[in-house]
Design a protein around this ligand. Structure first.
Ligand code: SF4
Ligand code: SF4
Length: 357
């Protein structure tokens, strides 16, 4: 039975966030239960792209700062790191507020470009390449943002660790999984088992619903959640949102692998009504099992470019793993026969010009 602690926190005013994070850790034994004197502690927020904190795309810097300070007070050496899917790391660190947190606290900012090959204990992908900084840290603390995700329904505790795969290698993993959500969920779980975060603290103060992970709508939930077990945390969040936990592909795979988490809730329960998922989110996981291989793509929503909003920046074309997109003059054209419905294009589009239909 894994404890999942929930504490209410209505905004990002720093003293309130700091107090909420401390209270969330109390039932788990406090930060001292995770960090010992002199240990190097990697703190991994969700830094998807160079968005300012108020957009709700990335873990809020107040949450990161609170965890960094608690790690330092417990005697650890805090390091902040992630591998953004979009944009140069320096720009992402600056716009998301991470540089400011590092300046305020003395935490080190670490780069994820150096990789190590690992053999996870479970799953079909017997070798994966993970950032050395994530594998070699004595302690890893994951700080996900509570958000929807067009491809994987939600991005929560387990999915946050996909950032441990360097940005330039993420596309090749999408290609290996193709249209198969189960295969991609298996990869996410393998990465999580390889990185083994000691603690996950989730920023659910202002969540994202609808077309996440970067063009959805802000949804204040007023909660900080914490657990030793990211699977238990993910299950608790799905239940708090009134969603079936198995609807989250990583939890479906966890059940198949005998890793289904039992949850013991601590603190102040969260009950959310009418939380909006991305369009077609249930379709992507709930396809009948006879729909296999290339046929699957025709059952999944297609990405469509709204040419009135598109600024022809070409970022989606660059990000598309199977090279199914191309610029024709000022227009983006999509070859749906090649498209694997990974929605990386929607994830990277800075204008919100890509819809799923
Ligand atoms: S067009 Fe979009 S959804 Fe299709 S493969 Fe390319 S990035 Fe993925
Ligand atoms: S990323 Fe968005 S704005 Fe840029 S070309 Fe693609 S659809 Fe257009």
């Amino acid at each position: 039975m894994a404890q999942v602690s929930v504490v209410r926190c209505q905004d990002y005013h720093y003293p309130r966030v700091r107090e909420a994070v401390e209270r969330a850790l109390e039932p788990l034994g406090g930060m001292g239960a995770f960090v010992k004197e002199g240990q190097g502690v990697l703190i991994k927020p969700n830094l998807l792209q160079a968005s300012p904190p108020e957009k709700g795309v990335t873990t809020h810097p107040a949450v990161v700062r609170a965890v960094v300070e608690l790690v330092a007070e417990a005697g650890g050496r805090p390091m902040i790191g992630d591998s953004p899917a979009i944009g140069p790391l320096r720009r992402v660190l600056s716009r998301t507020g991470m540089e400011a947190v590092a300046r305020q606290t003395g935490a080190e900012l670490v780069d994820f470009s150096d990789v190590v090959e690992v053999k996870p204990p479970e799953g079909p992908f017997r070798r994966i390449e993970v950032a050395r900084a994530a594998l070699k840290a004595e302690v890893v603390i994951s700080l996900p943002k509570l958000k929807t995700h067009s491809m994987m329904v939600m991005t929560l505790g387990v999915k946050n660790l996909f950032g441990s795969i360097p940005g330039f290698r993420k596309a090749s993993w999408h290609l290996k999984a193709g249209t198969d959500r189960v295969a991609f969920a298996a990869l996410l779980l393998e990465v999580c088992l390889a990185v083994r975060p000691a603690l996950t603290v989730m920023d659910g103060v202002v969540a994202m619903e609808g077309e996440g992970p970067n063009t959805g709508d802000l949804r204040p939930l007023g909660a900080i959640l914490a657990s030793r077990d990211p699977l238990a945390l993910d299950r608790a969040v799905m239940e708090a949102l009134g969603l079936p936990p198995e609807g989250l592909p990583v939890l479906g795979v966890a059940r198949q692998w005998g890793l289904w988490p039992e949850v013991q809730l601590e603190g102040e329960p969260l009950r959310v009504e009418g939380f909006r998922l991305p369009k077609g989110a249930d379709l992507t996981w709930g396809l009948p099992s006879f729909v296999k291989g290339p046929l699957r793509r025709w059952f999944l929503p297609k990405p469509r470019v709204d040419q009135r909003i598109c600024r022809a920046c070409g970022l989606c074309v660059e990000a598309c793993p199977p090279k199914a997109m191309e610029m024709r003059g000022e227009r983006v054209e999509i070859d749906y026969g090649r498209c694997i419905r990974c929605y990386c294009c929607q994830e990277v589009c800075p204008e919100g010009a890509i819809e799923l239909r």
